[in-house]
Design a protein around this ligand. Structure first.
Ligand code: HEM
Length: 366
């Protein structure tokens, strides 16, 4: 039964008195104030509110992935929440347009007031990075001290605890390892896939060798490039080669999880694989949206600060540039595209396997 509660006013429900009284420009009030400081404060506060919502969504996705049994319904919910995160991230990237209306000169009117404060000290941004799976050893460090030295007490402990707990990356890896599609009766996926890849590559090499448009030098170069590309496939054909690449830090995703992700991508048209495919696609989009944000933020810093050091003490633009690629987390899932083969080479699934992967009732109507 829905409990009867006293009616509530819009202002109280949203606690607007608190929120709307939380903008306190340091450059002064009235005519003294630097005009653009209000924009600077509001835009940061807006980001922090959206970070809160993203953490709320990711937290719930992680809880769903920790369940003993993750059924279709759960995967549907996970997908819709990650899709929501991506929509928010798109807004966060776009919001930089608003801040870019503030020029470098406008910023200098109040920048000296806020030092040493910096987005570098955003606790929620760090929480989000660590929840997604960014480990301290994989960060681009500056100044010799760890990033969490910016926080004290409970705030620091929260980050350290997150560093030690399962991240979204790990939970997705576990989910991929658990899904049973690799053990389909009567269908040895890897050996069929290896045959198909070899056939595709041999055909590509023959086409190059038979070409009337390429000279011998070009032909040799292209054939060499095909063999070089083959190293990605060899990590899939042989578990030990994959393991070595993990140990060397070249890749992070486990062998079993990589195989599942590959199968999901290749056979995404099978009804039961639609949602797992959407999940993988959306998780790569999260990585890309955050990288987009990092890139736009870095460019904005270039326009407002040039080569000046940041208020947080980093090299500024140079530091930010280094984080764009280095802090990506789901690159191994994005790189599954390297392993894709065209539909014409794709091994045909036997009928019993198709039924396993389809919605069984479809057969009854035939
Ligand atoms: C004029 C506007 C801005 C300037 C000039 C600026 C500048 C910088 C600089 C130089 C850094 C590197 C750390 C340092 O030494 O301070 C940084 C980091 C950061 N900024 Fe901004 N920023 C601006 C706006 C924003 C906004 C609106 C946000 C939104 C929350 C934000 C969030 C962050 C975050 C999260 C970091 C840490 C990035 C990382 O370590 O990967 N910044 N910012």
């Amino acid at each position: 039964m829905i409990e009867n509660k006293p009616s509530v006013h819009y202002i109280n429900y949203l606690d607007l008195d608190k929120i709307l009284n939380a903008q306190n420009p340091l450059s002064g009030e009235g005519k003294e104030a630097a005009h653009d400081e209000m924009l600077f404060i509001i835009i940061h506060q807006t980001y922090e509110l959206w970070f809160k919502q993203i953490i709320h969504e990711i937290d719930s996705v992680m809880d769903l992935l920790k369940k003993d049994k993750i059924d279709e319904e759960n995967v549907g919910l996970i997908v819709s929440r990650i899709e929501r995160v991506n929509k928010i991230l798109q807004i966060l990237v776009k919001q930089i347009d608003v801040l870019e209306t503030m020029t470098s000169l406008d910023f200098l009117d109040f920048r000296h007031h806020l030092s040493p404060a910096s987005g570098f000290q955003s606790h929620q941004f760090r929480k989000l990075e660590v929840m997604l799976g960014l480990k301290i050893k994989d960060r681009h460090q500056f100044g010799g001290c760890p990033y969490h030295d910016q926080f004290k007490g409970q705030k620091k402990n929260e980050i350290l605890e997150l560093e030690d707990s399962a991240s979204l990356f790990k939970l997705i890896e576990k989910w991929l390892e658990r899904i049973p599609f690799l053990n389909m009766e009567g269908f040895n996926f890897i050996s069929k896939y290896e045959d198909a890849v070899n056939e595709m590559m041999n055909n590509e090499i023959s086409r190059i060798k038979d070409s009337h448009l390429l000279n011998d030098e070009d032909k040799n170069l292209r054939v060499r490039m095909i063999y070089e590309n083959k190293k990605y496939f060899e990590q899939v054909f042989d578990e030990n080669t994959h393991q070595k690449a993990v140990e060397n830090g070249e890749i992070s995703l486990s062998y079993k999880a990589t195989m599942s992700a590959l199968l999901i991508n290749l056979y995404r048209e099978q009804p039961i694989l639609h949602l797992p495919f959407k999940l993988l696609k959306n998780i790569v989009d999260v990585d890309h949206q955050i990288a987009n944000w990092r890139f736009r933020h870095m460019q904005m810093v270039e326009k407002t600060l040039g080569q000046k050091i940041g208020t947080g003490g980093s090299s500024g633009q140079e530091y930010l540039k280094n984080t764009i690629e280095k802090h990506k987390l789901f690159a191994d899932i994005a790189n599954i595209s390297t392993l894709m083969i065209s539909r014409s080479y794709l091994p045909e699934l036997p009928k019993n396997v198709k039924n396993q992967l389809g919605f069984n009732f479809t057969d009854k109507w035939k």
